[in-house]
Design a protein around this ligand. Sequence first.
Ligand SMILES: C[S@@+](CC[C@H](N)C(=O)[O-])C[C@H]1O[C@@H](n2cnc3c(N)ncnc32)[C@H](O)[C@@H]1O
Length: 306
Amino acid sequence: MAENDVTGTIHLADNLAVLRDLPTASVDLIYIDPPFNTGKVQQRTQLRTVRSDDGDRVGFQGRRYESIVLGTKRFSDLFDDYLAFLEPRLTEAHRVLAPHGSFYFHVDYREVHYCKLLLDTIFGRDSFLNEIIWAYDYGGRPKTKWPPKHDNILLYAKDPSNYVFNYDEIERIPYMAPGLVGPEKAARGKLPTDTWWHTIVPTNGAEKTGYPTQKPLGVLRRIIQASSRPGALVLDFFAGSGTTGVAAREFGRRFLLVDDSREALEVMARRFDGADGIRWVGFDATPYRSSHKQGSLFSVPAAQNG
Ligand SMILES: C[S@@+](CC[C@H](N)C(=O)[O-])C[C@H]1O[C@@H](n2cnc3c(N)ncnc32)[C@H](O)[C@@H]1O
């Protein structure tokens, strides 16, 4: 395929290797949704040995020692691993982002604070624009605390004085109380705030790929529409089922997706079946083409956002 015909590239690879190969300032928009705690969980048990005639260890000159367990791994240990996994990838993300580029970081409410501190050191506090709350209403409800029903999406601009934000192109949403704003405003709708109500991917709808952590197209559509221009290059290096690529393509943006899981690539191969201009790197998508399988998940109607 000629380079000019490529509208999307999808890698089966560890994202750090791909990021390191990308030219500086070559990407217009980045969205990532990293899994929690992919750093290897290390079982660290701290021991102290004390002299004891009944001890289980024998040391110098036959002296016996007893081992006392001081503690096993702590939550913060796990976090250190997670942040150590993220840090070089986020540093590369900052490097490859164009001067006018934006970076969206999708994370769980339990990690967001730690990740924000890390991102502030990489991007600079001034580059922080928003914490978007994606609120949904699905799944079990504990009776012992407020049911947590949101994810956090941190938005940074590489340069807070010069970044893309297509205010006029953002899809408007209905007012909560249209009667209070008058018929003209009510008909036009309002711009979303930093709190986005949007359903999770419906369990039995056309959008569902079966990938466990798939995010809704409606959320990615809003991000891409607001923060990139037609023809822009959109990068997602924790791509999963490829939601970012599907949304980018719908709006005429190019995309670069990376995932190190073969299962994710298989899902993306089925999802992009029938789409022109896709280049696969490190993966053969041929067995997943429609000549092998019926139907394509690529085209789904735009969802109603809240
Ligand atoms: C939470 S999922 C992303 C889901 C995605 N947003 C979607 O809508 O389907 C995170 C993905 O990161 C991938 N991943 C984890 N570590 C990676 C690495 N080092 N390099 C590339 N991908 C990685 C996992 O395989 C997984 O598919």
